[in-house]
Ligand binder design. Structure first.
Ligand code: UD1
Ligand code: CA
Length: 481
């Protein structure tokens, strides 16, 4: 069957995207695989796959995995893409050799590096469109980098003809070639038939002893096939992360871009350089984020909120008009509109804070629902509890939810008032509009509308101190004058 015929105009070219993600990432000196290292709160590979699946359907995306393959597969399996295992990682060229069987039936193969997360779908589309319009054997995505140290350099044929002669890796480059700023991105589009017809010509006779995919440029050129280059929309999109320093640089660019986007969408962020906002976070307009705030994971924050300094909010949902005072820690919490938190509240997973409710300083909640307008303003632990509306939880109230083996629930019905410094020993229920006297230890249910006092009665021993302490028995000094 002739692939050239199948490339003809009567049907669209079948395009696969291969994402190279098998490498160990030796330069990171890490026990974790490189592509699972995170920037902007997500693994490097997740960004590349997200961009790829915006250009072709997931069923045509293939991740080439190898080092810690099971972990890598598990981290991105939900995307619905395919996986190819490169057992031994013998170079980027070898990665494509291993993928031959899966990819040979396509017309075009776009190759992406799994460690370059800034790549946009628009640039992949540009690479694809350029390749489709000019039909070379290979198109290389390039960028003019201010400092291309460590990257492969693109060697052109002549200045007039924009064809590429070869790519030279940094280690093999002559001093003159190292001065070239046109950089190989590690992203390419190939005519699949020509790639696999010539891929076995790669050799590993180079300083790393690896099969370099980059050598395909010279090989195809020598076979009189055309090799071209197209520039990325933004040169930064090609940045790879081989070292921790490069990864931090990418992380910063990504987060600053995220802050700019949020500001464009109506969010005020003071000193965005000090804020750590993950890529998937959503924030509504007219919300203000103060300096030194972290908003992480899949957090969603509504409109007209104020998030004050030093708060760390992870995987939480916050409604409109919520005030988060300084120093709050939220993890897996749900806060309804117009609630107030902090300073220094700690909302752990399963905390659900009702509309207009208040959670104050040094209050910790876990698996706890606090109803509308209810207040727990000072120094409390509320765990495994169901608290109704308009409840006042006094300062220092503790739910004793754990008996050393199991957790038990505390229920406080609407309108109840819990006096300060009370301990509620679960399982226990405080009925509607009931009162608990301050400093009570409540071990039994309290019926609605009742007062429960569970503390020792106060006794007063008059004159006790003077009788006890001899020093106080000395006569009083005469008054002066
Ligand atoms: C590669 C290019 C270089 C380019 C740079 C852009 C080669 C030889 N060099 O260098 O010209 O400027 O990318 O970032 O290709 N991988 C595998 N299997 C392997 C080896 C690597 O899947 O056997 C994967 C890695 O996990 C990584 C990607 O391929 O995601 C690129 O490999 P890496 O070692 O980072 O190549 P660079 O040295 O950055
Ligand atoms: Ca790299």
């Amino acid at each position: 069957m002739s692939k050239i015929k199948s490339n003809s105009s009567h049907r669209a070219a079948r395009v696969a995207i291969a994402v190279m993600a098998a490498g160990k990432g030796t330069r990171l000196k890490s026990k974790h695989p490189k592509v699972l290292h995170e920037v902007g709160g997500k693994p490097l590979l997740a960004y590349v796959i997200a961009a790829a699946t915006k250009v072709v359907p997931a069923q045509d995306v293939y991740a080439i995995i190898g080092h810690e393959a099971d972990r890598v597969r598990e981290a991105v399996a939900h995307t619905g893409i395919n996986f190819i295992v490169q057992k031994e990682q013998r170079g980027t060229g070898h990665a494509l050799m291993v993928a031959r069987e899966a990819l040979a039936s396509y017309d075009q193969v776009i190759v992406l590096s799994g460690d370059a997360p800034l790549i946009s779908p628009q640039t992949i589309q540009k690479l694809r469109d350029f390749h489709n319009s000019k039909h070379p054997a290979m198109t290389i995505l390039t960028a003019q980098l201010y400092d291309p140290t460590g990257y492969g350099r693109v060697i052109r044929t002549t200045k007039k003809k924009p064809d590429v002669k070869a790519i030279v890796e940094e280690k093999s480059a002559t001093p003159a070639q190292r001065k070239i700023r046109e950089t190989n991105s590690g992203f390419y589009a190939f005519d699949a038939r020509l790639l696999f017809a010539h891929i076995d010509e790669l050799s590993n006779d180079n300083p790393h002893g690896e099969f370099y995919l980059t050598d395909m440029a010279g090989i195809l050129r020598k076979a009189k096939k055309s090799v071209m280059a197209v520039a990325a929309n933004d040169p930064h999109e090609i940045l790879g992360s081989n070292t921790r320093a490069e990864m931090v640089d990418i992380d910063q660019r990504m987060r600053l871009a995220k802050c700019r986007q949020l500001m464009t969408d109506g969010v005020t962020i003071f000193y965005p350089q000090t804020c750590v906002i993950d890529w998937d976070v959503e924030i509504g307009p007219d919300t203000t984020i103060e300096p030194f705030v972290q908003i992480l994971g899949k957090t969603r924050i509504g409109s007209d909120c104020r998030i004050r300094s030093y708060s760390v909010i992870k995987d939480s949902v916050i409604g409109d008009g919520v005030l988060v005072r300084p120093g709050c820690i939220l993890d897996g919490a749900h806060v309804m509109r117009a609630a107030t938190l902090g300073p220094y509240s700690h909302l752990r997973p399963g905390s659900e804070i009702g509309e207009g409710a208040h959670v104050g300083n040094f209050v910790e909640t876990k698996k706890t629902r606090l109803g509308k307008r209810s207040k727990a303003n000072h120094l409390s632990y509320l765990g495994d509890s169901e608290i109704g509306e308009d409840v006042n939880v006094g300062a220092g109230t503790i739910t004793c939810n754990y008996d050393g083996e199991r957790k038990h629930a505390t229920v406080i019905d609407d309108g109840a008032f819990i006096g300060s410094d009370s301990t509620l020993v679960a399982p226990v229920r405080i009925g509607k509009s009931a009162y608990v006297g301050a400093a009570s230890c409540i071990t039994d249910d309290v019926p609605a509308d009742s007062l429960a006092i569970g503390r020792a009665r106060q006794i007063v021993k008059e004159g006790w101190t003077k009788a006890k302490r001899p020093s106080l028995q000395k006569p009083d000094k005469p008054a002066l004058g």
